[in-house]
Every structure is written in structure tokens, then in C-alpha cells.
Design a binder for this molecule. Structure first.
Ligand code: 5AD
Ligand code: SF4
Length: 445
């Protein structure tokens, strides 16, 4: 690679989960602290960071086509390209070999070292950094400066569960919990920077553990209670949880901490115990349902959400129907469903009985129809309720605003409001993906 100027502008493009969104924001803050400015809207950036996802499908292929497009659009002066995120972690060396336009590859645990890699790329050296230094990253990142009303805060990373379909233990590494004091400080910083809602993030967020200043050990419920004490913070959420790490304390906190929103994303993946076993989920469908009963007992209006995989190797029609049965029983407020995608290096990719694409397509359609039915029913049942809405952005029409209800529904309304306000609305009309609300009063934000 030839020598080149140090970039003056950057753009970070994030794919995949909310944790990648969080990482993308932190990379942007890091680059800004280095004196590199965000590229103005519609202008090419000198440095493009592709923050990639590896969870499903041909994520890597997408990265190559993005790289190709950037190189082509740049003509004589292509941008410096950094490939970050989970594809970088899983396929870094391959990317370097296949895509000469890429200046650097940086894994999700090493992106605090971007400035070094950029300096090397400016000297014409291509470099890969996919180390996994435990917890060093967060300490090396600059403090939070500006925040949207709804902010993410990564509290836990990685996963030790090894579900047989999942690439996360390989791309994000072993489970680590960030220290309590550091998290409280970051939450306070986010609130000072404008956040009114914080979503605590982790691949396995309810496995978070730590200890307070007196040395008492804490679980996620303890962290939620501590963060709830920040006066200007109005709302707390957390995602994604694993059924096996749910503690009684976490269930109880839903009934006790008002700022914790009545919403739970608890993936189950399948309604068949045989499939759950083959997935190495180490819980049964029945165990999962009884766990939900306990959450509902603590917080009767809790909105439930989940993830599903259809067409896991060996899944029969009867087993798939057990998933439909589970969905019918839970009546999710929202749920996400995916076709099984064999991930290189995972045990399930080598299993017999891979399900044909047409069968997966058909099952996905049926499952999504069931989920949509329940989602619409949930939204319809909300009509007439009065609730708070945190205003996140302007709507399409003049005077219209868009925000989220406590149950994470998108709510449109018209009237006197501003981004970051927590307003009171009456839910008036329901669609499958959003509700229309009537503004009752502007509450203090
Ligand atoms: N194929 C399809 N879906 C997957 N997920 C994770 N790995 C795979 C895979 N190999 C889904 C799970 C998980 C969500 C984040 O993505 O449902 O909960
Ligand atoms: Fe995708 Fe998983 Fe990486 Fe998130 S952690 S970006 S979902 S592969």
C-alpha cells in the first residue's frame, strides 16, 4: 500500500445488533477525539469504517460488495477502509488477502486501537488487530459527550453458552462483565450528555455480575437499582437475556423499580425440546413458559419479546408446529424470527438433516404471520391506555413526533413537544408496527 494523508473525515457504517450500534458510536467518539471529523451528509469520507455483523447469512459477502463499491466510487482517491466488527474478527486474514482496498481490520475487542492502525495505514502499512484483551477497550475510550434521548450502554460482552448455531462465542469471545463503578459513571455521563433512557446491553446481559463499593456482589438487578437512582434518568431497559441466567432478583426488580420499563426480550429459539437440546439451549419449552409466568406475576403488563430460528438441522414439521404452539401460548408483543443459517465453525453447521430452503421459507412465513397477528392484537389492546412516550425524533408530517411507549411500541402524535421530552399520551389507533397517540400533557423531561 502507498503512503497517504491522515484522514480528516470519517464515516462509520454499522450493521447487525444494538451492540454494534453502541460500538459504532464509541468508534465515532474515538475518531472525533483524534481530530477526525464526521463527514458532512452527502460527502465522501476520507476514512470509512465498516462495522460488520456475522450472525446470519452471507454477511461476509456483503462486506466485499461494500468494499468494492467504496473503492469504485472513490476512483483515483478511494477512502481508507477499516473493516471492524464480527466479520473482521472471524475472517480478518481472509479479508486482508482478498480485498487489497482494505487498509485495516479491527475486531470488536480491539477498536480502541483504531488511532494506531490509522497512523500505520497512513504510512502505507496494512494491519490486522483481532486481539481480545479483556476489558482494556472501555478504559481506553474517551468519555461520552453527546447522547440521543435513548442511549445504549454495553455492560456485558461475549458468551460462554455455546448454542450450537451461534457464532457469538467465537466473534465476541468469553463472557466479561464491565465493572460496576465504571458503568455507573458511564450511565451518569450519558444522562449528562442528554440520555433520558438507557438500554443496558449484553449478548447475555442477565449474566452480568459485579460488586459495589462495599464489596457486595451484585447481579443485573443490583445494577438496575443503582442506575435508577440517577435523578434525570427516566427509563431503563436491558437486552438480550438468556432464560438460564434469570434470577429471582431480576424478576422482582420488574415489580419494584418504576424506571424499569415493562418489556422483556427473552429468546427461546424453538418450542421443541428435542430441537432445544440439539441447540444446546439447556432449558425446555415448559421451563421457559413457567419463567414468563413469574415475570408476568411481578409485572402484569409486561410486554414479551423473543427470537426464533426456523429450520434448525433436523427440525421436523411436528417440531416446527410446537414452536407455533408456544407462540400462540405466549402471545408476544413483538418477536424476531430467522431462517437457520449455518455459520462456519459452529457445531450445527456440520449436523445432518439440513433443512431445504423452500421448507425454511414456508415455515418462516407461517411463523411470521403468527407473530404479526399477536403484535397487532397487542397494539390493539393498548388502545385507550394512557402512557408516557419518550420523544426520539420528528415524524414525517409537520408538527408530528415519534417516540416509544413503555412497551417499546412506536407512537406517533402531534402537538407541542421536543426531542428528549417525556410526554403523556392516550393511545388512540393501532397498526401492526405503530400506534397513533393523542398528546395529553407535556411532562418534565
Ligand atoms: N441462524 C439463524 N439465526 C441465528 N441467530 C443466531 N445465530 C443464528 C443462525 N446461525 C438468531 C437467534 C438469536 C438472534 C440474535 O439471532 O435467534 O437470538
Ligand atoms: Fe452480529 Fe452477533 Fe456480532 Fe452483534 S455480536 S454484530 S449480532 S455477530
Amino acid at each position: 500500500m502507498r503512503e497517504r494523508d491522515t484522514p480528516r473525515t470519517f464515516r462509520v457504517k454499522s450493521f447487525g445488533c444494538q451492540m454494534n450500534v453502541y460500538d459504532g458510536e464509541r468508534m465515532a467518539e474515538l475518531l472525533a477525539a483524534e481530530g477526525i471529523a464526521p463527514a458532512p451528509e452527502g460527502e465522501e469520507a476520507d476514512l470509512v469504517v465498516l462495522n460488520t455483523c456475522h450472525i446470519r447469512e452471507k454477511a461476509a459477502e456483503k462486506v466485499y460488495s461494500d468494499i468494492g463499491r467504496l473503492v469504485k466510487a472513490g476512483g483515483e482517491h478511494p477512502p481508507m477502509i477499516a473493516v471492524a466488527g464480527c466479520v473482521a474478527q472471524a475472517e480478518g486474514e481472509e479479508i486482508m488477502a482478498r480485498a487489497p482496498g482494505v487498509g485495516m481490520v479491527v475486531g470488536p475487542q480491539a477498536y480502541h486501537r483504531l488511532p494506531e492502525l490509522i497512523a500505520r495505514a497512513a504510512k502505507g502499512e496494512r494491519a490486522t488487530d483481532t486481539d481480545m484483551p479483556a476489558d482494556a477497550k472501555f478504559a481506553a475510550l474517551p468519555a461520552r459527550r453527546k447522547s440521543a434521548p435513548s442511549a445504549f450502554l454495553t455492560v456485558q460482552e461475549g458468551c460462554d453458552k455455546f448454542c450450537t448455531y451461534c457464532v457469538v462465542p467465537y466473534t465476541r469471545g468469553a463472557e466479561i462483565s464491565r465493572p460496576f463503578a465504571e458503568l455507573v459513571r458511564e450511565a451518569e455521563g450519558l444522562v449528562e450528555a442528554g440520555a433520558r433512557e438507557i438500554t443496558l446491553l449484553g449478548q447475555n446481559v442477565n449474566a452480568w455480575s459485579g460488586s459495589d463499593s462495599k464489596g457486595h456482589s451484585l447481579g443485573l438487578d443490583g445494577l438496575i437499582r443503582a442506575i435508577a437512582k440517577i435523578p434525570e434518568l427516566q427509563r431503563i431497559r436491558y437486552t438480550t437475556s438468556h432464560p438460564n441466567d434469570v434470577s429471582q432478583g431480576l424478576i422482582a426488580v420488574h415489580g419494584e423499580v418504576e424506571k424499569l420499563m415493562p418489556y422483556l426480550h427473552l429468546p427461546v429459539q424453538s418450542g421443541s425440546d428435542r430441537v432445544l437440546k440439539a441447540m444446546n439451549r439447556s432449558h425446555t419449552a415448559e421451563g421457559y413458559l413457567r419463567l414468563l409466568d413469574r415475570f408476568r406475576a411481578a409485572r402484569p403488563d409486561i410486554a414479551l419479546s423473543g427470537d426464533f430460528i426456523v429450520g434448525f438441522p433436523g427440525e421436523t414439521e411436528a417440531e416446527f408446529e410446537q414452536t407455533l404452539q408456544l407462540v400462540a401460548e405466549v402471545r408476544y408483543a413483538q418477536a424476531f424470527s430467522f431462517k437457520y443459517s449455518p455459520r462456519p465453525g459452529t457445531p450445527a453447521a456440520a449436523m445432518e438433516g439440513q433443512v431445504p430452503r423452500e421448507v425454511m421459507d414456508e415455515r418462516l412465513q407461517r411463523l411470521q404471520a403468527a407473530i404479526n397477528r399477536d403484535q397487532l392484537a397487542f397494539n390493539r389492546a393498548s388502545v385507550g391506555k394512557r402512557c408516557s412516550v419518550l420523544v426520539e425524533r420528528k415524524g414525517k408530517h409537520p408538527g408530528q413526533w415519534l417516540g416509544k411507549s413503555p412497551w417499546l411500541q412506536s407512537v406517533f402524535f402531534e402537538g407541542d413537544a421536543a426531542i428528549g421530552d417525556l410526554v403523556e399520551v392516550e393511545l388512540a389507533e393501532a397498526g401492526p408496527n405503530s400506534l397513533a397517540g393523542r398528546l395529553l400533557e407535556t411532562a418534565v423531561a
